[in-house]
Design a protein around this ligand. Sequence first.
Ligand SMILES: Cc1cc2nc3c(=O)[nH]c(=O)nc-3n(C[C@H](O)[C@H](O)[C@H](O)COP(=O)(O)OP(=O)(O)OC[C@H]3O[C@@H](n4cnc5c(N)ncnc54)[C@H](O)[C@@H]3O)c2cc1C
Ligand SMILES: *[C@@H]1O[C@H](CO)[C@@H](O)[C@H](O)[C@H]1NC(C)=O
Ligand SMILES: *[C@@H]1O[C@H](CO)[C@@H](O)[C@H](O)[C@H]1NC(C)=O
Ligand SMILES: *[C@@H]1O[C@H](CO)[C@@H](O)[C@H](O)[C@H]1NC(C)=O
Ligand SMILES: *[C@@H]1O[C@H](CO)[C@@H](O)[C@H](O)[C@H]1NC(C)=O
Ligand SMILES: *[C@@H]1O[C@H](CO)[C@@H](O)[C@H](O)[C@H]1NC(C)=O
Ligand SMILES: *[C@@H]1O[C@H](CO)[C@@H](O)[C@H](O)[C@H]1NC(C)=O
Length: 585
Amino acid sequence: MAPLPAVQLKILLVSVLLTLTSAVPAGFPLAVQKPLCKVIPGTLNWPSAESWNRLNEPTGGRLLRPPPPGAVCHPGQPTYDAAECPAVLAGWSTFEFHQADPISTDWNQWNNDSCLPQQADPYSGQGYPVFVINTTTPEHIKLGVNFASEHNIRLVVKSSGHDYLGRSVAPNSLYIWVHRLKGLETHSSFRPQSCNVDIEASAVTAGAGSQMFELYSALDALNQTTVGGNRRTVSLGGYLTGGGHSILAPRYSLAADQVLEMELVTPTGDIVTANQCQNQDLFWAMRGIRLAFGGCSTFGILISATIKTFPSPQIVATPYIFDVVAYVLAQYPSLSDRGVSGYSFFFQALPTLFDGGATTVGGIYMQMNLQDSTVEAMAQLWEPIFEHINSTWPGFHAGFTSKNYTPFNNWFLDYLEVAEAGVDRLVGSRLLGADVLTANLTLNAEVFKRFATSGVGAAYLMSGKGVQNTQPRGGGNAALPAWGWAYVHAVLGQMFEPLNATARAEAFELVNYALDPMRELAPDSGAYMNEADPQEPDWQHQFWGSHYDRLVYIKRAIDPEDVLWCNPCVGNERWKEVGDQLYQA
Ligand SMILES: Cc1cc2nc3c(=O)[nH]c(=O)nc-3n(C[C@H](O)[C@H](O)[C@H](O)COP(=O)(O)OP(=O)(O)OC[C@H]3O[C@@H](n4cnc5c(N)ncnc54)[C@H](O)[C@@H]3O)c2cc1C
Ligand SMILES: *[C@@H]1O[C@H](CO)[C@@H](O)[C@H](O)[C@H]1NC(C)=O
Ligand SMILES: *[C@@H]1O[C@H](CO)[C@@H](O)[C@H](O)[C@H]1NC(C)=O
Ligand SMILES: *[C@@H]1O[C@H](CO)[C@@H](O)[C@H](O)[C@H]1NC(C)=O
Ligand SMILES: *[C@@H]1O[C@H](CO)[C@@H](O)[C@H](O)[C@H]1NC(C)=O
Ligand SMILES: *[C@@H]1O[C@H](CO)[C@@H](O)[C@H](O)[C@H]1NC(C)=O
Ligand SMILES: *[C@@H]1O[C@H](CO)[C@@H](O)[C@H](O)[C@H]1NC(C)=O
């Protein structure tokens, strides 16, 4: 059957005021005797120049010692270059700039604001690593892992540098830069290593450094797509191992659930292939199930992954706006069950949309999608909701446009990449189920109001039946943590002034002020670890639920010496960060 066009509905619901006044379990293998801290430059155990050369040679000269990119704007620095500086200043707010640089990352605070490109800001460079390997092969990674292990050096994996929790940054460290691990091979069916039957599904094997748009574009040429994120530059490495939500997830489940096989370098330097037939524990931990995504340079360094692809759907798209957030969100579970997915953003005021001096006070902008359907079908789904809104809250204005997208990739062309990098930003989030969304709308209105007025708040309709009913390869989902019943991923972002400890502390407070009522509302839920508060209380269980103990068990077996360490990451309790050093806890 020829696929129907997919429809996207743009819904804008706003409240218009006609005035201008608005407003660790037992039984783990015992820890080996470890040194008290990871080594830092200038100390006795830091490898000599000859040692570093011995690492550089077999990589073919891929060991780099790049200065922080902002240094070109600081007179007195060896790389100061007044002619280069304007390009760095201009590039700083783009994701492309930070991903193309071996050590730069999107959110300044994780580099401790230590080399902002503004000349007036202080320079120390102390928030950046010492060395980086520009890896293009598994062997390059292996060399780096073995070197870090042998010399007890803090090791970090950087791909795009998007990480909101700072997990792709550490001072005094060696980075494995995986951005150049590309490569893309499609399959009409796939037989994982050691398995004796083919998986009858179209798939793609892609390098861990592949970015969403590279993947989408290549697959689009074949009228295929895959479960992916909504920004061009998000890379497979962190996205996949963290879970990976998508507008296609309510139908096909999360990105991690699409994985058929992974190739990785373990913390002991082995290059292995993990799938449902071999290295099953690693396969489970790297990609996990539901909230169990072990993720992010904890269990190994991903080289490539083979993931399912799907015939390119067509999308009907609709963005909306409104203040009746609680009511609208209460409709999400049933909308999701009927195939709708999308992003919705709360805002306090949107003064430019209407003329005649009217100012909007609070609303919700929704950009909703329905696959393989029609604009009419999408409109029908929303009609009773609009009717209810019109009759219950006559002061509200509902704007509505929709558009058919075919091929699917055109939707991404319209909607990818609207945010800005190169700022100090924290995020926090909570997964919400149908019970919570529909229980007490009075209470929800209060909770969402606080959420919306404490930063840039959003509710993504990214889960649903597809995620709930998924049967990931390798199976074994004993428990049912939050992705198994969530519909909405509520996420909040908060920017703050760099180099200002007060502003940073306030941002943390504000994120938690907004999240606390949601935590109370859904105490048994959790948070999506890739878009979470790095100081989430009890993060072990908020990110991994009941899977945490098993994950730690696997971590201890696979990485007895904690070669890979990040925060907040599985099994990291044996070390703690003090200033720019990592000490045994
Ligand atoms: C603009 C933007 C849009 C986003 N959109 C979405 C979205 O639509 N859906 C969604 O689910 N999430 C989204 N996210 C969140 C995203 O999933 C996380 O930021 C994720 O950590 C990005 O992974 P990365 O590899 O690009 O980034 P990095 O910062 O380079 O890496 C993130 C983490 O993964 C680790 N890592 C990276 N590569 C590897 C590897 N090869 N092996 C082992 N570990 C590795 C790093 O060490 C780090 O811990 C978005 C983030 C941003 C900034
Ligand atoms: C990293 O390696 C790639 C591929 O060899 C090369 O094109 C690129 O210039 C290298 N980057 C740096 C910063 O050395
Ligand atoms: C993709 O779909 C278009 C339109 O239906 C068709 O013309 C084209 O041949 C298809 N391409 C592939 C590679 O199947
Ligand atoms: C709701 O009101 C808007 C005007 O605010 C109107 O355009 C729309 O047709 C109404 N919808 C329904 C379903 O009544
Ligand atoms: C719903 O929440 C409101 C506001 O918090 C509260 O006053 C009310 O008692 C709640 N209703 C029920 C039925 O729990
Ligand atoms: C730092 O941030 C706080 C809180 O936002 C603000 O009151 C203060 O003025 C800022 N300090 C400077 C030096 O900008
Ligand atoms: C961040 O920078 C400040 C000021 O230079 C310094 O005191 C602090 O130790 C640094 N923190 C880390 C984690 O490096």
